[in-house]
Ligand binder design. Structure first.
Ligand code: HEM
Length: 149
């Protein structure tokens, strides 16, 4: 079960990254060109939120139930701080990805408060750019880029 969920979590990072990068691009061009707001924009944000929520949920399952890394270290909290890999997964990775999820949700909440269209795009661009930076920092690039590689 651990291998299946970890593989899904591994591959799904590319889906999240692609969607976030796409939304950053579309919101920037929408802001700059003052494009009309459309249903496509609503859908784009919905898909972004669902993708990141799914990845977050997979992460929580690994963290609390399946991962041997977090299992070992809840018992020996001192080792977390001294071992860089353990510290990364137990504290840094989970916290950074929590922030990613918060930014994605903030984008969806905050754009609705903007009546002017370009301000909507600007708000989305702001929160999705933050989440892009956070996700790039939080991904364990030292681990396989695809499962089994
Ligand atoms: C939301 C965006 C997230 C992305 C893009 C992401 C990405 C990744 C990647 C690429 C790996 C390495 C997979 C591998 O080695 O094959 C990983 C591992 C891991 N992630 Fe995440 N993650 C996210 C969220 C989370 C969250 C929110 C948690 C926990 C609360 C979490 C917990 C873990 C754990 C514990 C591992 C190591 C699992 C193991 O090797 O047993 N992740 N993550």
């Amino acid at each position: 079960m651990h291998t299946i969920i970890l593989s899904l979590h591994n591959v799904f990072r590319w889906v999240c990254l692609a969607i976030i990068a796409y939304v950053v691009f579309k919101s920037f061009t929408g802001w700059m060109s003052n494009r009309e707001w459309s249903n496509k924009d609503e859908k784009m944000l919905l898909i972004g939120t669902i993708a990141v929520d799914v990845q977050f949920l997979l992460g929580l399952i690994l963290y609390f139930f399946l991962s041997p890394i977090t299992k070992i270290n809840f018992k020996e909290f001192k080792t977390i701080v001294t071992d860089p890999t353990l510290r990364f997964f137990v504290l840094e990775h989970s916290f950074t990805m929590f922030l990613v999820t918060v930014f994605i949700h903030l984008a969806k909440i905050m754009y609705k408060k903007k009546k002017i269209i370009y301000a909507r795009y600007r708000t989305i661009f702001f929160y999705y750019s933050l989440s892009l930076v956070a996700i790039l920092i939080g991904i364990p690039w030292f681990r396989p880029l695809i499962p089994g590689l």
